[in-house]
Design a protein around this ligand. Sequence first.
Ligand SMILES: [Zn+2]
Length: 271
Amino acid sequence: MPELPEVEISRRSFAPTLEGARLLEIQLGKPLRWPLGIAPAQLGGAVIGLAQRRGKYIWLPLGEHGVLLLHLGMSGALSLDDGVAPLGRHQHLGLRTDRGRLLLTDPRRFGAVVWSKSLDDDPARKLLAGLGAEPFDPLLTASALRKAWQGRRSSIKQALLAGDVVVGAGNIYACEALFIAGIRPTTPAGRVSLARCERLLAAVRDVLARALELGGSTLRDFSDAHGVAGAYQQQAGVYGREGQACPRCGATIRRIVQAQRSTYHCPRCQR
Ligand SMILES: [Zn+2]
């Protein structure tokens, strides 16, 4: 599943090309998760601004024509082409512009392309409302995390995955951040001390920054949205390493299941 780093790398890969481009045509394939919400012809001629990201949503400002929100769902990937060929079997959106075409390829079709009058209008407002802070927001502090999680009995792993306090720590990155911070994943979120919230926030930023770096260097040409997570996994400390020795202390890495997701952790380093 594309996580925040994959989405951000995707955004960076096309945003400069399409900034200032004129939208000529919206091509739709099979239905995605939600309907577009406007007749595609009404957006013809719109000038696309610099694509932005919020959580795992990418949004394209279209000036007075509103905004277009994109979500990659489970299997979506964005790419640019010259826009000449008709949409392929798994291509369900084509934004044809005077600077090339942005394509959404999404075999499983959990992705979405949704139009809104503005970010403050539904459906954009509703889709973005529940999102926590951006992990690299300089205004996000450990004490804000501590305060938001106070009294919460669900595990810290689930609190990270929920994304309502801080976005971006999907399954792999949540496991790795908890390992780096030395926090047992089953610890109730409300019991994570301020000092540990500090370590955790630094660890979340560290794993996401490394994933972005991987996607930006070794995988510059990746077309598969799983590219970064895959490359990150190869250098992961605990993720996917059940039964192997912890790189830090040598203890055996364990796998447990939390809310139907695998959690990998070191029972000795993470207490
Ligand atoms: Zn260990």
